[in-house]
Ligand binder design. Sequence first.
Ligand SMILES: [Fe+2]
Ligand SMILES: [Fe+2]
Length: 152
Amino acid sequence: MQKFHLAWDDSRHTLGIASIDSQHRGLMDMINALAEAVAHDCDCEQARRHMANIICDCKQARRHMANIIRFTEEHFAHEEDLMRRHDFPNREKHAAEHKEVLRQAVTMMEAIKPDDIGRAVLVTAFLTDCAENHILREDKALALYLLGKGLS
Ligand SMILES: [Fe+2]
Ligand SMILES: [Fe+2]
């Protein structure tokens, strides 16, 4: 597996709120599918250097990105609904971070031009980091709060 693969690690990634955990797992699966598509395209890119007649583009990577963004929007809406219903004190800051992550992801996806595998690779690295950092910081704080409210 190439370097953008993000492995689910129960001891780090499981936050204890079942609906959030299963969506995070789904999101990681989707990012890994994107990483595989990018790795595949990278192979094509390498091959193309040797065989000028091989044509490849980042169509697959862009399709995965669009799915990730759709899924992430639904996931963020779910977390924001939980924050509202349970009066999470830090909800405005957390929701603002969601908005910023989505804005950046959409901007990046739109910037991936056919054949621009270099940018697709950068976008994959960004999403991988971003997902893990957000889960381990903001979402962890939210989950601890919800656990304290008796949710599971
Ligand atoms: Fe979140
Ligand atoms: Fe999350």
